[in-house]
Ligand binder design. Structure first.
Ligand code: FBP
Length: 549
């Protein structure tokens, strides 16, 4: 494999472990826990893994030598920078327990587990993946682990390889599956522990006990670098409005973090749009008014950040999606037989009057997108909806109308961008390299302690990594009941942007200034080597959340 100069230099980086994990540890148990909501239902569904205590690792005296442990690992869902380091940390942790421990990677996500596709991960093999981005070490996939048949099929290969613990590195849906699998294996005394690791660039797998998911730090730094570059271009030529859609699924954490880092003229936050019960036209008017104000000052240029989930949060569209989800789940067989040209009419004919009207009012392409296949977890594939073009088109129309009415006299020319895949496989920042390595190493400690149904947890993340706190959080603690594919299911509660939280408040205090004046910040590329204030800064979201505590 030919390596770039940076790859070669980066391979020698030794992630910094929390000091507590550098020696022998003991797990200190906290109080029994409860799920965030629907306690009775979740307790009934997880009789063997509900109510477990939180765990915190503390230093212990050196233990007697342990037996080797065989462990399986799965990368699940979208790529996020640092996944390779989770695997390296897990590997090193297992080897520290006993040098004869073995680690097996299931290939291409949960599908590899069910289909018995795996690879043994040896020291020689993983060395090329240390501190690198991507999930290519074993590949990833979105197969949903949910049926007893899948669990039993997976158990066959675990038994064959003498694997006694499985680590699932994934987002909220994949960790939900980890909890269900842990419960099932415990209920049948399978002798297999199941643990999760919080992954996703979206930043929506967090709560009081999980401070952030890995990958959010690096991905937002990459997007902010490019947004900064665009802003400098924009401020140089002074002739374009750039509409920039950012990944992040439903939550607007990525857009908000990038706004805090780059100070664009406009950043839409979906959660606020929902709270204010805004229509699509009101969102358009909000943008058009700022374009007009800037034009009045002679500034016919600017930047607009748009979270990819925006469309789902417009309350009328949200109601439409909820009905569409049920309709498409219930009538799946019949709908599959409808010719593409007739699908629009079929949907309109089967929706309630109110939702049919909303469906008809949307541009055809967007409406079609909302009725296409969900991902295996039942999510609308928002990354495929071209919200940035939809918005700029509607803003252009509004401005043209205002021009006729004599209310606006500027020039409006738009450029469109979508940043998502560009950041998901970047080499992890120092923060993500350390955090991921610690999450993996910590998972090995949880395995050694015999725990199951836990998520690996590393906290105190705004402090230097040596001061981080390591432990485990029962996954059931993060769960509530939600409607998925037409049925109520136990799932980890997604963290959306909290409008009372410090990151949003910081943004809201400054946005009027950023809108009219040009206050761009240019963060530049991620730095891996150099002074700590340049290389080791966590996200502003994390920083403000900690300050707000
Ligand atoms: P995860 O929840 O799996 O981490 O998804 C991250 C993400 O990048 C979302 O931001 C985006 O909507 C989605 O994946 C895109 O999915 P795909 O990789 O299948 O195109």
């Amino acid at each position: 494999m030919k390596k770039s100069a940076l790859q070669k230099a980066r391979a020698t980086y030794q992630p910094k472990l929390p000091i507590v994990l550098t020696g022998a540890v003991k797990a200190v148990e906290g109080q029994p826990t409860q799920s965030v909501a629907n306690q009775a239902e979740i307790k009934e569904l997880f009789p063997n893994t509900y109510g477990l205590p939180e765990l915190k690792f503390e230093k212990a005296t050196a233990p007697a030598p342990s037996k080797p442990i065989n462990v399986g690992v799965i990368l699940s869902g979208g790529q996020a920078p640092g996944g390779h380091n989770v695997i390296c940390g897990l590997f090193d942790g297992l080897k520290k327990i006993n040098k004869d421990s073995r680690l097996y990677g299931f290939l291409m996500g949960p599908g590899g587990f069910v289909d018995h596709q795996y690879k043994e991960l040896t020291a020689d093999f993983i060395k090329d993946y240390r501190n690198t981005g991507g999930f290519d070490i074993i590949g990833s996939g979105r197969t949903k682990l949910e049926t007893k048949e899948q669990f039993d099929k997976g158990l066959e290969i675990l038994k064959e390889l003498n694997i006694s613990a499985l680590v699932i590195i994934g987002g909220d849906d994949s960790n939900t599956n980890a909890a269900v699998l842990a419960e099932y294996y415990k209920s049948i005394n399978a002798g297999v522990q199941v643990l999760g690791c919080p992954k996703t660039i979206d930043g929506d797998l967090k709560n009081d006990v999980i401070e952030t998911s890995f990958g959010f730090d690096t991905a937002t730094k990459v997007y902010s670098e490019v947004i900064g570059n665009i802003q400098r271009d924009c401020n140089s030529a002074k002739k374009y409005w750039h509409f920039i859609k950012l990944m992040g699924r439903s939550a607007s954490h990525i857009a908000l973090e990038c706004a805090l880092q780059t100070q664009p003229n406009i950043c839409i936050v979906s959660e606020e749009v929902e709270q204010k019960d805004m229509t699509l036209q009101q969102v358009v008017d909000y943008v058009a008014e700022i374009v007009a104000k800037r034009a009045a000052n002679g500034n016919n240029f600017g930047t607009v950040l748009i979270p990819e989930g925006l469309i789902e949060f417009i309350p009328a569209v949200k109601r439409l999606i909820a009905e569409l989800n049920d309709l498409l789940a219930k009538n799946a067989e019949e709908f599959a037989t409808v010719a593409p040209a007739d699908q629009r009419a079929y949907i309109i004919g089967h929706l309630s009057k109110e939702n049919a009207a909303v469906y008809e009012s949307l541009p055809e392409g967007v409406a079609r997108q909302l009725s296409l296949d969900r991902d295996p977890h039942g999510n609308v594939q928002v990354s495929l909806i071209e919200t940035e073009k939809l918005l700029s088109e509607m803003v252009g129309k509004r401005l043209a109308q205002w021009k006729k009415e004599g209310k606006y006299n500027g020039k409006f020319s738009a450029q469109h961008h979508f940043f998502g895949y560009e950041g998901r496989c970047a080499d992890p920042s120092n923060f993500d390299a350390d955090y991921c390595y610690a999450l993996g190493f910590n998972a090995a400690c949880l395995i050694k302690g015999g725990f199951t149904g836990y998520m690996s947890s590393v906290r105190n993340l705004t402090k230097p990594s040596v001061q981080w706190i390591a432990g485990g959080i029962p996954i059931t603690m993060m769960m509530n009941m939600e409607r998925r594919n037409g049925k109520m299911k136990p799932v980890i509660q997604k963290a959306l942007v909290n409008l009372d939280g410090a990151p949003f408040r910081k943004f809201a205090e400054q946005r009027d200034d950023w809108a009219v004046n040009t206050c761009y910040v240019y963060p530049g590329p991620i730095q891996y080597f150099g002074p700590s204030e340049v290389c080791d800064q966590p996200t502003l979201t994390l920083k403000y959340e900690h300050q707000g505590k």
